[in-house]
Ligand binder design. Structure first.
Ligand SMILES: *Cc1c(COP(=O)(O)O)cnc(C)c1O
Length: 351
């Protein structure tokens, strides 16, 4: 089976080799130095010169929850860009943790425009919470637009880049991003269950550090205190941290840019081929992470056809889009010939 999903994705042989080995013990200097190297290399990849990287045991939503719970107080109103189910998750989190919020809601398949943000310009907010690539629809938001808005309003910019990281251009310092949320199973192509929060030092000092803890396991303060010596408050996802350590060696130097280019090349290649098949794509800007395909009520049938006849798994959609959209992932260990096979399958179905 070939996975054209967005997480877990096809893993690299080097990662699979690490995941098949005995875990080391972690409360010692050797593991601390692996953690410190992971932190430094991740900060470099994110373009964060003065910050912290924290490693949580839990999928990406755990990191989203930790950021909402540990950064904002009941007087810190936030603006949430809600363009799909991941935007909705930020809304749910703010509701649960009692953080006041406004929602900028996009209609189904509607592109974000400057006027959407302008409508909120007069209001006071502490921060903007966005999923840079709203994975549920495939829309990539214009980070320059968002960043200009938060800068002009002197707000913090909190970015869930879980599916955008490595697929699209990203640089925390350059783009004025205060917090970046990442997770192991997307472009990093590691096992599921590790998530990361990268914070600018100023955000940590002004928002996280002064706030009393309201949770323990996801406490960013506890993680930050422990991370000063390369440790975590509880048993971390040791195996995935070892996988990450191995993966980061390949992403050093120009490795990161090369992987980004490979993802972008796959996306461009697939999109040019699929256009000839008369399959519709949405009109909003797309992330390189995936290509959403629109169908006329038979998305599930296409999904089953490819699975059964081509051993290909695409990413199905939920809710209202269940029968209308399938998403084709471009992350992980996929080659152009895999996309040729996929296009053959799609053509065969259409016959
Ligand atoms: C995958 C993803 C998440 C995290 O989902 P989990 O199932 O908790 O890993 C969050 N935000 C976005 C944009 C994602 O693509």
């Amino acid at each position: 089976m070939k996975l054209f999903t967005v997480g877990p994705v096809e893993m690299y042989p080097e990662t699979l080799q690490v995941s098949g080995t005995q875990l080391p013990y972690f409360r010692n200097d050797e593991f601390s130095s692996i953690m410190k190297e992971n932190e430094q290399q991740l900060l470099t990849l994110c373009g964060c010169r003065k910050g912290r990287a924290l490693f949580l045991c839990g999928s990406g939503s755990a990191a989203m929850e930790a950021v909402v719970a540990c950064s904002f107080r009941r007087q810190d109103k936030v603006l949430i860009l809600r363009g799909g189910s991941f935007g909705e998750r930020f809304v749910q989190l703010c509701r649960i943790y009692g953080i006041p919020y406004d929602e900028l809601c996009l209609q189904e398949l509607e592109a974000l425009r400057k006027e959407h943000l302008d409508a909120f310009f007069q209001n006071e907010y502490c921060a903007l919470l966005v999923n840079l690539h709203e994975t549920s629809t495939g829309q990539l938001y214009d980070i320059q637009l968002l960043s200009a808005f938060t800068k002009a309003k002197n707000m913090y910019l909190i970015v869930d880049a879980i599916s955008s990281f490595m697929a699209d251009p990203l640089d925390m310092d350059q783009m004025g991003i205060d917090v970046l949320i990442l997770s192991s199973q997307k472009a990093l192509a590691l096992s599921c269950g590790l998530s990361m929060v990268v914070l600018q030092e100023s955000f940590y000092r002004d928002m996280v550090e002064p706030k009393d803890d309201i949770c323990l396991y996801l406490s960013l303060k506890e993680h930050a205190r422990n991370m000063e010596r390369g440790q975590t408050p509880n048993t971390p996802a040791v195996g995935i941290l070892m996988e990450l350590h191995e993966r980061l060696q390949h992403l050093q130097g120009d490795g990161f840019v090369l992987e980004q280019q490979r993802i972008a090349t796959r996306a461009a290649y697939f999109r040019s081929r699929v256009q000839k098949l008369e399959i519709q794509l949405p009109h909003f800007p797309l992330s390189n992470a995936l290509t959403p395909l629109l169908f006329d009520g038979d998305a599930q049938k296409v999904y089953q056809f490819l699975k059964k006849n081509y051993a290909i798994t695409l990413t199905p959609s939920g809710g209202a889009m269940r029968e209308r959209m399938l998403r084709v992932g471009h992350l992980g260990n996929l080659k152009l010939c895999d996309y040729s096979a996929l296009c053959d399958g799609l053509r065969e179905y259409g016959k």
